[in-house]
Design a protein. Sequence first.
Length: 245
Amino acid sequence: MTGTKYSYDALNFDLCALDDVIESYDVSNDPILQPLWAQISSDLWHEIGAYGQGVNDYGEVMQGHLERISADGRDFMKQLGYSDAAANNFYDAFKLSDIGKLHADYDVGIWSLPHRPTEEERAEKRKHTLRGVDYLEAAYARYGVSDAFLNHPHIKIVIPALMLYHHERLDGKGYSQKSANQLGRTIRMACIVDAYDGDRIQRPHQPAKRTPIEAIERMMALGDDKKYTGAFDPNLLIAFKAYKS
């Protein structure tokens, strides 16, 4: 991993401050970002869609997941009282949160295994968050972007922070083992919408797709399955359940 320009600042960023940062600009009309960012993000979205084409077409599956979680997060944020600009900033950033799965270190087959992943496979898959930062850094270099562009909070903080930490848990058992007091509301919300959609996707080893209420109640650890005990903000889960009702 290179980390030479900008994005590893998010490794040391106060994630509680992300709640204010994401409110501080509007990606759709920011003069530092546009129109270049519209072109770059569009190109990256097409790269995601083309991933695994003719092999397992995993990019199409990933696009569906990323579109759903980004739209869910955007609309849920508006219900939580975030501004329209912040909600749209989230939508724009979160659509790239899994782009590390395209990293050259991966064989595309790892994303469509016909069996439950082994512990070794799970560990390898978890690296997609850090590899995503590298992937974006290399992409920006192709466009010859300015230092002002690289230092913009959307590029320097919001996109990499959502990418790096959308698998965290309040009990400290997430990918980066952040504790609850290190996670602001935006990250807590991102973890919920990502896990919810992931639990709604039917895996090859599952006999049926979970219903929305089954997925949310599993996240609340209300049934026999306690996988998510202590994982999510309970107040945000209640609000998310109401949003989905």
